[in-house]
Ligand binder design. Structure first.
Ligand SMILES: *Cc1c(COP(=O)(O)O)cnc(C)c1O
Length: 376
């Protein structure tokens, strides 16, 4: 049996190398905001919104407080509320569903493709009720959902699409960038996302002038002009310091996504050479993934594998261990075990392995050697 040294812990994610690399630029950008001392909805937010809209290939970006609020505001902008339902996959961060619930609407859950974890277009019919008002695919782990069949189905039922693009900054589908694949798209800039702030942040992108205008009002108390509230809004603004940080980081996003892709490919290669003791989730050739997370399916003994990784100084997680329909908070949906078999099977078998743009290739070798030794 191979002996693997645990001399240094391999974290699942590490944002420190990034800060070491670009810290001077970040500090200068933050300092400029501090000097100016204008902290909410100023020139940095406006500039970031323009730059991120251009990055996604759309006309508008509305900066908001976080990804969950981005979903909430997108749902509200479409006029969706109590009595309405929004279709979304059960295998996702539960925050996807919470954004819908915050608007008073109900998540109408669907199962996912067992090999990618993304919304399964073939399951959409089962979720359709007269209350459904929108469809929200999640581009899980960085890979775009299969938008053509989803769009064809949504068009057939005259439903708008909201992308949950929180894990997919820079991902593409058939040449188009995530954020431009639906009527609206919600992004999170949580610090560990591919584009991460140094705190909370989020955005909604759209080509629709009217929806963009509504969302600008909604995020700022429903004000059209200062002290003139034209609708019941929220306090969901992106702040100037986070926008300044995001502007610096956006310039590196393509390079970081490429570095993630190279590391994911190295995992793929080593796991194939090792006879696939665990199976990486499938990558479709319809686009380029943003490689947010590197997720594999284990054949059995997942808990023991994670313990063996831990003993070897390697962090691993499960994204996500409990599908939305089995969350205690969603017990009133009344959907028990067995309702969404593919999502449940994923939740019971997947493991996320370390991945970040600066992850040393030797660390990937150590992770794969540890997995291989465990299953041999
Ligand atoms: C992170 C995430 C969210 C929530 O974003 P926050 O900024 O943490 O509110 C929503 N959906 C998905 C798929 C996410 O990964």
């Amino acid at each position: 049996m191979t002996v693997i040294s645990a001399d240094r812990t391999i974290p699942l994610n590490d944002t420190r190398p990034q800060y070491r690399a670009i810290g001077a630029e970040i500090r200068a950008a933050m300092d400029a905001v501090l000097e100016k001392s204008w902290f909410i909805l100023g020139s940095e937010v406006a500039a970031f919104e323009q730059e991120f809209a251009a990055f996604c290939g759309v006309k508008h970006c509305v900066g908001v407080s976080n990804g969950t609020d981005a979903i909430h505001i997108a749902v509200r902008a479409l006029g969706i509320g109590p009595g309405d339902a929004v279709i979304l996959p059960t295998h996702t961060a539960t925050f996807s569903a919470l954004g819908v619930s915050m608007a008073g609407a109900t998540p109408a859950l669907v199962d996912v493709e067992s090999d990618t974890g993304n919304l399964d277009p073939a399951q959409l019919d089962r979720a359709l009720t007269p209350n459904v008002r929108a469809v929200m695919p999640v581009h899980l782990y960085g890979q775009a959902a299969d938008m053509d069949p989803i769009r064809a189905w949504a068009d057939r039922h005259s439903l708008p699409i909201i992308e949950d693009a929180a894990q997919a900054h820079g991902a593409t589908y058939k040449g188009h960038t995530a954020g431009s694949l639906g009527r609206l798209a919600a992004f999170s800039f949580y610090p560990t996302k591919n584009l991460g702030a140094y705190g909370d942040g989020g955005a909604v992108t759209t080509d629709d002038d009217e929806l963009a205008g509504i969302m600008r009002e909604l995020r700022n108390g429903g004000q059209r002009d200062r002290y003139h509230h034209v609708r019941l809004g929220f306090c969901n603004r992106l702040d100037e310091i986070q926008a300044a940080v995001l502007r610096v980081k956006l310039r590196y996003l393509h390079a970081w996504n490429t570095a993630r892709a190279e590391r994911s490919a190295y995992y793929d290669k080593l796991l194939t050479q090792a006879g696939r003791p665990v199976t990486p989730l499938a990558q479709r050739d319809y686009g380029t993934s943003a490689h947010h997370l590197y997720v594999v399916r284990t054949p059995h003994r997942r808990t023991e594998l994670m313990a063996a990784l831990k003993a070897a100084g390697i962090d691993s997680y499960i994204h996500y261990p409990v599908p939305v329909h089995l969350q205690e908070a969603y017990a009133d949906l009344g959907q028990g075990v067995g309702r969404f078999p593919a999502g449940e099977a994923l939740a019971n078998s997947i493991v996320t392995l370390p991945l970040y743009p600066e992850l040393p290739f030797e660390d990937i070798e150590r992770v794969v050697a540890t997995i291989t030794a465990f299953y041999s």
